[in-house]
Design a binder for this molecule. Structure first.
Ligand SMILES: *Cc1c(COP(=O)(O)O)cnc(C)c1O
Length: 460
């Protein structure tokens, strides 16, 4: 069989056997799918040998680039010892070392602030990190003898994963509405989305009306609410919605005042994406529980952690028969290969001065976004660090969106492919989220291709 026949066969088998996530498979059948075979730095190669710039970090997971020697080596070294053993009743070395490293990292990030994150609970993806956080918060109040705190407060436009608990605190109607009969009841506060303010305010006269709505809910219902769960600073899957300055800090104070826990879902924002190691650092606040996943292993292996304070952890201590145990765990909890990859990835932040080196790239990205903002079908551009969203609109003055069925975001993404760039939009929002290690030159190229794709799509 010739090589091109082999690829053809692969594509046929993909269509025959693989059900892709978040994908209308009927459309997929009509597509000529790209099959990725290799990666290097911020590029991935398809089966025909064509290289593409990985403009969304393989869905927000890659930080230091593909085939990073230090991480490759760490996994190989661990593989020569053991691939997996369970944390249920046993320990393993990489999970111990990584937990210590994560606590040292949060100690450094949140130096001098309270509360202090001190314990690491492992799972294997962002959704499970959130599920663990929700159950931890719920059970915490029971152990404290506080009755009735049985639900949560979250935001419109929130995305916390696809498992049922995470969907219950989600706020993206198109993904979440149809599952409503399966979900637990949770309170929803307006999203601090200044470009599309639900409360009809413009930023000049708002003075955080959305936060006042949050406070109203807390005032009435805090005795039912175990925790507020948020994606700090950037609501990612909701459209890269960047919060106004001060909102997060005020929210932390509200949680203290109304005696509810604060869960920060940093699955997307963690590990440097926003220009700081953790997004909460931008406003000098510490959550009571923090979820991390996507960037943790540099996108090598599925791994997640839920960090908690001693205050929470200690509430679960008791005699065996008191049943205070945290009854939660997964088969691959604390997987040694994944933990070894995470340790190597975290070490690279110091070695390569990743955060410092991001600064000129963030400045470049912001310059290029400003140019793109002038295009007639671009309603809004927003970014924090190297996370950016470009919102396409049908009518700029009225902000009228393109009908979602027109797949405008996808039209731009398909055009960008022709220019050798892979991106995946969120509805009408073009996402820019390259590996943090991207070179200035490649970032320029990424933005050139995206700009050109928007122009071509708008004139067709
Ligand atoms: C992606 C994401 C999740 C879910 O993570 P999975 O690994 O896809 O389950 C949860 N929260 C946020 C903020 C995310 O961006």
């Amino acid at each position: 069989m010739s090589y091109s026949d082999e690829i053809k066969k692969l594509k046929e088998s993909d269509k025959k056997f693989v059900w892709h996530p978040f994908t209308q498979m009927k459309d997929w059948f009509e597509e000529d799918p790209i099959i990725i075979t290799e990666g290097r730095d911020c590029f991935v190669k398809d089966a025909y040998g064509k290289w593409y710039l990985d403009g969304v970090s393989s869905i927000w997971v890659n930080i230091h680039g593909h085939r990073k020697k230090e991480i490759d080596d760490a996994i190989k070294t661990q593989l020569d010892k053991i691939a997996h053993s369970t944390l249920l009743g046993l320990g393993n070395i990489p999970s111990i070392e990584l937990a210590e490293k994560l606590i040292n990292l949060t100690d450094k990030s949140f130096a001098g602030l309270t509360p202090r994150l001190s314990k690491v609970f492992y799972s294997d993806n962002g959704s499970t990190a959130v599920e663990a956080a929700l159950k931890m918060a719920f059970q915490y109040w029971i152990h404290k003898g506080v009755k009735g705190k049985q639900t949560f407060l979250s935001l419109k436009n929130a995305y916390h994963g696809d498992t049922i608990g995470a969907v219950s605190v989600g706020g993206i109607d198109i993904f979440h509405d149809m599952f409503s009969p399966l979900l637990f009841k949770a309170y929803k506060a307006p999203s601090p989305h200044c470009y599309r303010c639900e409360l009809g305010k413009t930023s000049l006269e708002c003075s955080f009306t959305c936060l006042k709505e949050m406070e109203n809910i807390l005032e009435k219902h805090s005795d039912e609410i175990a925790a507020v769960i948020i994606e700090p600073i950037v609501q990612a899957a909701g459209g890269m919605i960047v919060w106004p300055e001060g909102y997060l800090k005020d929210l932390r104070e509200l949680c203290n005042r109304y005696n509810v826990l604060l869960i920060a879902d940093e699955v997307a924002t963690g590990f440097g994406r926003t220009g700081k190691m953790f997004a909460c650092e931008h406003e000098n606040i510490v959550p009571d529980i923090m979820c991390l996943s996507k960037g943790i292993t540099n996108g090598y292996m599925p791994l997640a952690v839920t960090l908690a304070t001693d205050e929470i952890f200690n509430a679960f201590l008791g005699e065996f028969k008191e049943l205070k145990t945290f009854f939660h765990g997964h088969s691959y909890t604390g997987n040694p290969l994944a933990c070894a990859a995470a340790i190597a990835s975290i070490d690279l932040f110091d070695k390569e001065e990743t955060l410092k080196n991001m600064r000129p790239k963030i400045a470049l990205l912001e310059d290029r976004l400003k140019e793109i903002a002038d295009l007639p079908i671009v309603g809004n551009v927003r970014n924090k660090g190297l996370i950016a969203g470009i919102e396409l609109v049908k009518d700029k003055p009225s902000k009228e969106p393109f009908p979602w069925e027109k797949k405008m975001g996808w039209n731009v993404a398909y055009k960008a492919r022709e220019g050798g760039v892979l991106i995946r939009p969120l509805g009408n929002v073009i996402v820019v989220m390259p590996p943090l290690s991207i070179s200035i030159e490649n970032l320029k190229r990424l933005m050139d291709v995206i700009k050109k794709a928007i122009i071509v799509v708008s004139s067709s």
